[in-house]
Design a protein around this ligand. Structure first.
Ligand code: NI
Length: 233
């Protein structure tokens, strides 16, 4: 396609998007006002942007070692209460996430070290900038996360190399930032997509039965993605 054709095509696409936007925005559904509740359920994925210190053995650093954490998807639930027009407070909850912690640089290959579960309840205050008549309701949020780790267990791979022991991950408090959007299909039903950036930092401590202790600081700092449907009441 020549340049002029391409420009026209982009212009037409732009106009179509604008038209759709206006049609959507002119729907008669009312959006969020003071006193409203919205509950949303869907799939939530925790995708770590992990970074760790080197591992230490009895307080001595082990050069070129680190750990990584894989992602996991669970059922997510959010509940929003609008305590003002355009301003709400939201709690994010989920079924427990399960992650594999892998150590690098300890053995020739990556060493699967532990399985851990966590719950990351997160509270954000959200601002909905668009008018109540808009079916499309984007929002931004800022808040706090508390992450509780539990059922931490060393893998058999790890025990084969370093022997049995116990692993513990410290709980984490940190900030949470959020972007999301609801699209109202009717006066009660919404489609939702949301992203959180959450600060989760922990220290993992392994006490080996041999008496040695392995430690590392891990910044998990995940993005959390959720898509789902919601109900306003
Ligand atoms: Ni962090």
């Amino acid at each position: 396609m020549n340049q002029r054709g391409s420009m026209n095509r982009k212009f037409n696409l732009g106009l179509s998007a604008l038209t759709i936007g206006l049609v959507l925005a002119s729907g008669s559904v009312m959006a969020y006002e003071k006193g409203d509740f919205v509950v949303r359920g869907g799939l939530a994925m925790v995708d770590p942007n992990d970074d760790s210190s080197e591992l230490s053995l009895n307080g001595t650093g082990l050069a070129d070692t680190s750990v990584s954490v894989d992602d996991d998807t669970q059922l997510g639930l959010t509940l929003t209460y609008m305590f003002m027009d355009k301003v709400g407070v939201t709690l994010l909850g989920a079924t427990p996430f399960k992650h594999t912690v892998t150590a690098k640089g300890v053995t020739a290959d990556d060493l699967k070290t532990a399985e851990v579960k966590h719950l990351p309840p997160t509270v954000t205050v959200q601002y909905f900038p668009l008018d109540a008549q808009s079916a499309f309701q984007p929002y931004v949020g800022v808040g706090l996360n508390y992450t509780k780790f539990f059922q931490e267990e060393l893998t058999s791979d790890f025990k084969d190399v370093l022997g049995d022991g116990k692993i513990k991950l410290d709980d984490s408090f940190g900030y949470a930032l959020q972007l999301g959007a609801d699209y109202k299909l009717s006066s009660n039903i919404v489609l939702n997509a949301a992203i959180w950036s959450i600060d989760i930092d922990t220290t993992a401590t392994i006490d080996l039965d041999s008496g040695s202790q392995i430690k590392t600081d891990v910044d998990i700092d995940p993005m959390v993605y959720m898509v789902g449907v919601g109900y306003q009441f």
